[in-house]
Design a protein around this ligand. Structure first.
Ligand code: REY
Length: 410
């Protein structure tokens, strides 16, 4: 069963959003180019077909919401709760995983705007002796070029037992960084892109050091409240998702094994790298506001959008990913993987068409690759192409990027 609705009239919401962004951000103004590049009409039937495929491939539920300049498309398939059979809904809350990284990057870039931080200064200037190499700058954290080893590689070498070992744990930032520093740097500072959760754990520690507040307070005051994100929370170390949510189910390493309900967890292993809870509505609003210029000054947004290529269709800026679609449209956002949930959240360059798509299982490469196929019907308007073959393209979902077992993590 797929449910789909389309509604118009969210224009007022968009107006309120920009007003709520407040005078502090007024200098950043509205989108610079009101003349919008023409985009094809979204193919909502194509998006629904992709969600149905994700459910057929093992996700208990899948949902998507597209906000297109005042028109909203809501689509859902499967169940939000496998034990009660409640149908999934496009408004259900979920864990966003690494989409959190964009929120952390926005906080740090606002601090740059406020002259409280310099991107090209060493991290050790702000956090003395934290890192083993003074050449690691703040920018290298945000663009994954520090070389800091990703401790989650070891933590989740075994999917279910690795998860069960940490689901109730509370880590300090420094404890997580110490896990990373047991291993040497994976590259010379600045020399290569290597996606690592450690970078955004250091970012969280930096936010707390510079502001004297928890990341929760900074996310709330700088982003959640000004944008009116009423479904978005940072509850760490609480293990519960407030309100109505879709449950997330982890796929075990052994094929055919039962799914594990992974909904309740501290996500302390990720914190500022991955512990935000949100909804498709709110992620669409967040990326729309970010790319629309309502969270950062034009200069800082331009820094966030200085991309370096990761592979033929992906580039990474500062806590921001770019996807180049076959139809020639590029979209901006992030992917997220947290036990039980895969998220794709992307928007156009002007922030006026935003898509969030979620599947409620993880550690299932087939589902991850299927979910990626929501982007084309959403932004290119074409029917999604069948996958080239049925073999999983993803070895491990950390980066939510297709990669092979032999390729370096990129
Ligand atoms: C960690 C493991 C994923 C997920 C991760 N996510 O680092 C960050 C991100 C926050 O990039 C887990 N995979 C899964 C395994 C693989 O355990 N053995 O797929 O749920 O979003």
């Amino acid at each position: 069963m797929v449910s789909a609705t389309v509604s118009r009239g969210a224009v007022l919401g968009a107006v309120v959003l920009s007003l709520l962004a407040g005078p502090a951000r007024a200098a950043t103004g509205e989108p610079k180019s009101p003349a919008r590049a023409p985009l094809p009409v979204p193919d909502s039937a194509g998006m629904a077909a992709v969600l149905r495929s994700a459910v057929a491939q093992g996700a208990p539920g899948a949902l998507a919401r597209l906000d297109d300049d005042g028109t909203t498309y809501r689509i859902a398939s499967g169940v939000a709760d496998a034990s009660t059979g409640r149908a999934a809904a496009a408004d259900d809350r979920f864990r966003v995983g690494s989409v959190t990284k964009s929120f952390s990057a926005v906080v740090l870039l606002q601090l740059v705007d406020e002259h409280r931080l310099v991107l090209d200064e060493p991290v050790n200037r702000y956090l003395p002796k934290l890192l083993p190499d003074d050449r690691i700058t703040v920018r290298m954290l945000l663009n994954h070029r520090s070389g800091l080893y990703d401790y989650t590689n070891d933590m989740f070498a075994k999917t279910v037992s690795g998860f069960e070992a940490v689901r109730d744990k509370v880590f300090s930032y420094r404890g997580l960084i110490a896990l990373s520093l047991k291993k040497p740097l994976t590259n010379e500072p600045g020399a290569a892109y290597a996606y690592s959760n450690t970078n955004f754990v250091v970012a969280g520690l930096l936010i707390e050091k510079l502001t004297g507040h928890s990341v929760r307070t900074e996310y709330e005051n700088r982003i959640f409240k000004p944008l009116g994100l009423r479904d978005t929370f940072y509850v760490h170390p609480d293990t519960r998702i407030p309100g109505r949510f879709a449950r997330g189910y982890l796929t075990p390493d052994t094929p055919g094994g039962p799914l594990v309900d992974a909904t309740a967890q501290t996500v302390s292993w990720a914190q500022s790298a991955g512990a935000i809870i949100s909804s498709a509505r709110d992620l669409d609003a967040f990326y729309g506001a970010l790319l629309g210029g309502r969270l950062l000054s034009p200069a800082r947004l331009a820094e966030m959008e200085r991309f370096s290529r990761v592979d033929s269709s992906t580039a990474y800026g500062l806590g921001l990913r770019r996807r180049d679609l076959p139809c020639g449209v590029s979209v901006y956002g992030h992917t997220g993987v947290v036990q039980g949930y895969y998220t794709y959240a992307f928007t156009t360059k002007d922030g006026r068409r935003s898509l969030t798509a979620v599947a409620t299982t993880s550690n299932n490469a087939t589902v991850l690759n299927t979910l990626a196929r929501t982007l084309e019907p959403a932004f290119c308007g074409t029917a999604p192409k069948a996958p080239r073959d049925s073999a999983p393209l993803v070895e491990r979902g950390v980066d939510a990027e297709p990669r092979t077992s032999t390729a370096p993590r990129s």
